[in-house]
Every structure is written in C-alpha cells, then in structure tokens.
Design a protein around this ligand. Structure first.
Ligand SMILES: NC(=O)c1ccc[n+]([C@@H]2O[C@H](COP(=O)([O-])OP(=O)(O)OC[C@H]3O[C@@H](n4cnc5c(N)ncnc54)[C@H](O)[C@@H]3O)[C@@H](O)[C@H]2O)c1
Length: 396
C-alpha cells in the first residue's frame, strides 16, 4: 500500500488523486502540498488527507510519506525532484519531466545517484487501447514499424502559467509533443535511437511568445519516422489520435473524441462532458471513464507494482529525458528550418543501426513488389528482375 504526498492540487493533481484513491484502492494520499492554503485544505477534505501544507519540503519529509507524486508547473519539477532525492523518497513526476533536456538530465542523474524509485507519469502510454495496440506491435502483427504518428490538439490549457514561456518552458510542442513523442517511441521501439528532427512551429492565434501550433518529424536510426501534430488552437475539444503503419499492418487509435459514445442534447440539464470539451449541447462525444480512457489507472498500477517488485516501471525519468532531448531538437529545427540532431549525452539503447533491407523473393530471378486482385477478376503480380532492375507485370 502506497502512502503518497501529492505536490500540487490543481488539474492533474486532482485527476491523479481520483485515480489513486478511486475504485476502493488501498493506496492513500497522506499529505498534500499546495501553494495556497485554501486549495491545500480543500484538497485535504476532498481526498481525506490527514496532512496539508503550503511548504513543499514538509510534505515530502512527512514521516508517513513513502512516495511523492509531482503535479506542479513545469518550472518546479526540478526543485521537487531534488527535495525527494534529499529525503530519499520514491518519486513519480508528471510530464514533461523538464523544461528542456538539461533539466531532465539533472533530474535523472540525481534520482539514480540517490538510488530512489523514479516513474515518469506519461499516462497516454498506458491507455487500454494503447497497451493493447503496443502488444500487437511487439508481437509483430504490423511487421517492421515504418511510421508512428500521434496527434494531441485542443483549444489551449487551463492555467495561466502554461502560457508563460519561462514557467512552462515552451508552448504546445513541449506541453503536448511530449506525449506524442513518447507514444511514437514506444511503437517504433524504445531501444531505437531518435536521431534527427524537422519541425514547423508558429504562433497562429494566441497572443503569446510560445508556439501554439506545430508539426514535427522525428527520424529514427533504423529508418522509421515518428510524427507529432500538436496545437493549442484546435477547436472542438481534445483530439487524441495515433496511427501506426508497419510493413504488415496498420493501427488507428482514437482515444478521446470518438470513443463509441455519441450523445445529443438540447442543453437541458447540461453538465461536464469530457476534458476540454467546448460545448455541452448538440451532438457530444462524452467519455465513459476518463481516468481509465486516459491511462491513469493502468499507469499508477504499473508504478506501484514496480515499486513493490523493486523494478523500474514502464516509463522512467530516463524516458522523460529522451523525450526532452527530442523536443529540444524540435525547437532548434523550428528556428533553423533544418533537420536538427537529437543530442543525447546518455543513450541506453541500440547503437549503429541501419535501415533494414526487406526484399521479398518471388523466385530466383525476381523480387516481389506487389500482388493484387483487380475488380475485373485478374490477379496480377508486379515483379522486379534482380539483375537488370526491370519491372514487369505478370497475370496469374
Ligand atoms: N495528462 C497529463 O499528464 C497532464 C495533464 C495536465 C497537466 N499535466 C502536467 O501537470 C503539471 C501541473 O499542471 P496542472 O494542469 O495540474 O496545473 P494547475 O495550474 O492546474 O495546478 C498546478 C498546481 O501547482 C501548485 N503550485 C505550487 N506552486 C505554484 C506556482 N508557483 N505557480 C502555480 N502553481 C503552483 C498549485 O497547487 C496548483 O494547484 C504540469 O507539469 C503539466 O504539464 C499533465
């Protein structure tokens, strides 16, 4: 049973708390730290916490606490992690780990030096759909993964600090791209090195210094391509979609706007619909169980199982660091308009991979390019001569 200190009582702190103590869980939040006394007290009442404080170290050092959950604005992650290292308490940190790879690397090195458990709270790599899709990919159902694309777009975040480049560390590339990059990394293979990034970014709508819309391509060493599409200017709710394309198959996931629950209402009795929904009348797309659909339940189960087994969880600070390094390259590329290298001082995966050759033999003379049954009943083969390179068509 985990005894948790929650740092931050805002949007994600409450989502996490609902998941942590929901469904008759054995885990408890024993201390809550919030910046303002009234928020800390309210959270303590709502989630039955015996201790609340406006002093972060006091929550971390509370004698009943054995695990800390960081749900603070991005610029406060590092200080919170360092305090956990000092107190030698297990730590889980929300995304993005750092505002940049430098911060993330310091955090990763500190937790590893302190020898404490570290979990990276990347919920979208734990949604039920994602976990099942990943299993199919890992079992080879899609063959060699060629392209993994992830989109997170919505009409913009809910608190002021997100919109301040200094506190947030960036705009939608960092805030939403961190999810997309880690989703694609999982599908392509976490041991495959991301090598280069090309990114377009702009501030199309909002009066802010950071970007509110971006599209990026992440090249992996084995020839696979990751793609992220992120926006704080998208209208219509929270759009979470992934696409994976392999040499043997394809997966499309729609995690939020189309979950199989469509509803129409004139607005009578209108209520909360789903995260970032822009309307509560007309045709709506509610979500049955947001905590589960967004991966929080599976994520915390993995974290606590890992702590108990003395193992690393699926997502660690190292993963958070790699994601930050990819996003740093995206920011550099958006400025330079060039492919920018991903700078990874620490890399623990495979090295020196090249694009896999996957030529399919038809017979001694030919490679098979493709076979197709036409609408007029002819089965055709497209073949390539191995020696001459000539491409021919054969009706079978
Ligand atoms: N799906 C996800 O994984 C997800 C979703 C939303 C936010 N997040 C992350 O969670 C973290 C917190 O985001 P949030 O949406 O809960 O923000 P929020 O503004 O709703 O809450 C932040 C909380 O931090 C505390 N705080 C302490 N010092 C503060 C300060 N100086 N300024 C502002 N708040 C201070 C406050 O208690 C506040 O309630 C961010 O790192 C964000 O990227 C993750």
């Amino acid at each position: 049973m985990a005894k948790i200190a929650m740092l931050g009582s805002g949007f994600i702190g409450r989502f996490y708390a609902d998941s942590l103590i929901g469904q008759r869980s054995r885990d408890t939040i024993v201390s809550i730290y919030s910046r303002r006394e009234e928020s800390a007290k309210k959270f303590a009442v709502d989630y039955n916490c015996s201790h609340w404080t406006t002093n972060m170290e006091e929550a971390i050092n509370h004698p009943d606490v054995d695990m800390v959950c960081i749900s603070l604005p991005n610029n406060l992650h590092e200080a919170a992690v360092m305090a956990c290292c000092k107190a030698k308490k297990a730590v889980m940190c929300t995304k993005p780990l750092g505002r940049n790879a430098e911060e993330a690397k310091r955090m990763m090195e500190a937790v590893e030096k302190a020898g404490i458990f570290n979990g990276y709270l990347e919920d979208l790599c734990y949604t039920p759909k994602f976990l099942k899709a990943l299993k199919s990919v890992q079992e080879g159902a899609l063959g060699r993964i060629l392209w993994a694309k992830s989109r997170e777009t919505h009409p913009g975040p809910h608190s002021e600090w997100f919109w301040d480049k200094e506190q947030a560390g960036g705009g939608c590339i960092l805030d939403l791209g961190c999810h997309c990059v880690e989703i694609a990394r999982n599908f392509i293979g976490k041991d495959i090195k991301p090598v280069e990034v090309m990114c377009w970014a702009d501030t199309q709508v909002k009066p802010i210094d950071a970007e509110d819309h971006a599209i990026g391509l992440v090249k992996y060493e084995n020839g696979a391509i990751g793609q992220f599409e992120v926006s704080w200017t998208f209208r219509g709710g929270l759009d979470l979609r992934d696409e994976v394309m392999g040499s043997e198959g394809t997966i499309w996931l729609n995690s939020f706007l189309r979950t199989g629950f469509d509803m129409f209402t004139t607005g009578k009795g209108a209520d909360y619909v789903a995260e970032k929904a822009e309307s509560n009348t007309g045709w709506l797309f509610p979500v049955g169980d947001e905590l589960n659909e967004l991966g929080y339940n599976h994520m915390f189960a993995d974290m606590f199982n890992a702590v108990e087994a003395g193992k690393a969880p699926r997502e660690t600070f190292y993963d958070g660091y790699v994601v930050n390094a990819v996003l740093d390259a995206a920011y550099r590329s958006a400025k330079s308009k060039l492919w920018e290298p991903v700078k990874l001082d620490i890399w623990r995966g495979k090295e020196g991979l090249a694009k896999e050759k996957t030529l399919t033999d038809y017979n001694e003379q030919y490679y098979l390019i493709k076979e197709e049954m036409t609408h007029f009943g002819t089965a055709k083969l497209i073949l390539k001569d191995k020696k001459t390179g000539q491409i021919i068509e054969k009706v079978v």
